[in-house]
Design a protein. Structure first.
Length: 424
């Protein structure tokens, strides 16, 4: 299954790569304009439809400009593409984010992070509400019950500190501003260090930041964006064999949200030092240290509440279900038969684990590109079988697949890296 996925991905990349760069940009921005307009017309979420209307114009303008330059048959187009990328970032991220922050229009997770920042600033329990025996204990008054949960690790609450310290909940203190700044900083550093062609760097930046796969989330919610940016920085550090940077980046991401853990584990398989020897212990040490230091005090303070918020609620195992759950196969199955939610994901882990182990056996040692490809498929599979996941999580497998392509030409180890899985 993994081999077929790799072949299909290679064929698609080959065909797509045959298009002139500006023409492919025009197509992407044109599709983004259609998506943004469609979201503006159909969405019932204030933050989403406002972003849709605000971003439609910039995307359409960028598509027309790219198409115009493509007809000129220019030899060097990198600077034009970077200029268009900047234009789109301004029109689809900066302006919508600034306006929505001022208008106090946001996805529910922004308020959740904001309240967590307030609890942090006052040294209160980050997880005051929790599920026990099918009942929500200590719900927060005045908000929907699902917003009482804080389904993140403690470090995510840091983004809510600016509003807590200033007692203002709009403008520059909005958690999305801090999350966007970290995203831009980490992704900018990663793209600068990435060993890839300019063509690949621009494409990675487009999907991570400028297209709806990034811009929509930065403007309306944003909690997945610093995770992706820090993960990309960790991936680039692994590519360059800078293991301290990789461990710190992946550790910070893992200390914010559970979705960062697969890459943190995958990094152990490909981490190498300058001499080609396995460096998984250094990565593991950094990630473990950061997670333990930031999580342990809060987990000890309220262990049941911590487990209920961080694990049970995101997996759809509490009495309160997230309204963000999309009509994916796992959600549909558990809606028809609730007990399926308790064994569908574990069964998928077992079956998927068998195929992954089989793949590892025949392709060891793995390259960074291969690990990213595997994780892309793993994320996509788990997204489809989980009972409470949302379609927005597609940005993880999409970005991982793109990074796999971007890292494919990197120098990979040869004889020095032939080591067995038993090292781990």
């Amino acid at each position: 299954m993994l081999t077929r996925f790799s072949i299909a991905r290679t064929r698609f990349v080959s065909r797509w790569g045959a298009l002139p760069e500006l023409r492919s940009d025009a197509l992407l921005y044109g599709l983004a304009a259609v998506f943004a307009l469609g979201l503006g017309v159909t969405s019932r979420e204030g933050a989403q439809w406002q972003w849709g209307y605000l971003a439609t114009g910039p995307y359409a303008l960028a598509a027309l400009i790219a198409l115009g330059f493509d007809r000129l048959k220019l030899q060097r187009t990198s600077m034009i593409r970077i200029g268009l990328l900047g234009l789109v970032l301004l029109g689809s991220v900066a302006i919508p984010l600034g306006l929505e922050a001022r208008w106090r229009v946001a996805q529910p997770e922004v308020g959740v992070i904001q309240r967590a920042g307030d609890n942090l600033s006052k040294d209160r329990n980050l997880y005051p509400s929790y599920d026990k025996h099918g009942k929500l204990i200590n719900p927060i008054a005045g908000i929907p019950s699902y917003e009482s949960y804080f389904p993140y690790f403690p470090l995510m609450g840091v983004f809510g500190l600016p509003s807590a310290e200033t007692h203002k909940s709009k403008g520059l203190t909005d958690p999305r501003i801090a999350m966007s700044l970290l995203t831009l900083l980490a992704s900018g550093l990663a793209l600068g260090l990435l060993r890839a062609t300019m063509k690949k760097k621009i494409r990675v930046a487009q999907f991570l930041l400028a297209l709806p796969t990034g811009a929509l989330f930065l403007s309306t919610g944003g909690d997945d964006m610093p995770i992706l940016a820090l993960t990309l920085l960790g991936v680039v550090a692994l590519q360059r064999r800078q293991n301290n940077m990789a461990g710190i980046s992946l550790g910070l991401a893992a200390a914010m949200k559970l979705t960062a853990w697969p890459m943190a584990v995958g990094a152990l398989l490909v981490a190498r030092d300058g001499k080609g020897r396995s460096a998984w212990k250094r990565i593991a040490a950094w990630v473990t240290a950061i997670v333990v230091v930031t999580v342990t005090p809060f987990a000890i303070r309220a262990p049941w509440a911590f487990m209920s918020n961080v694990f049970a609620f995101p997996l759809g195992l509490t009495s309160v279900r997230s309204p963000a759950a999309s009509a994916l196969p796992g959600h549909i199955v558990t809606t028809l038969w609730a007990p399926a939610g308790h064994f569908l994901a574990p069964l998928t882990f077992l079956v998927g684990g068998y195929f992954v182990a089989k793949y590892l056996r025949h392709h060891w040692p793995l390259s960074l590109s291969q690990v990213l490809g595997i994780l892309s498929l793993v994320f996509l599979t788990m997204m489809c079988v989980s009972s409470a996941t949302r379609i927005g999580y597609v940005i993880y497998p999409l970005n991982f697949a793109l990074w796999s392509w971007a890292c494919k030409e990197a120098i990979v180890p040869t004889k020095e890296l032939v080591q067995t899985v038993s090292e781990f």
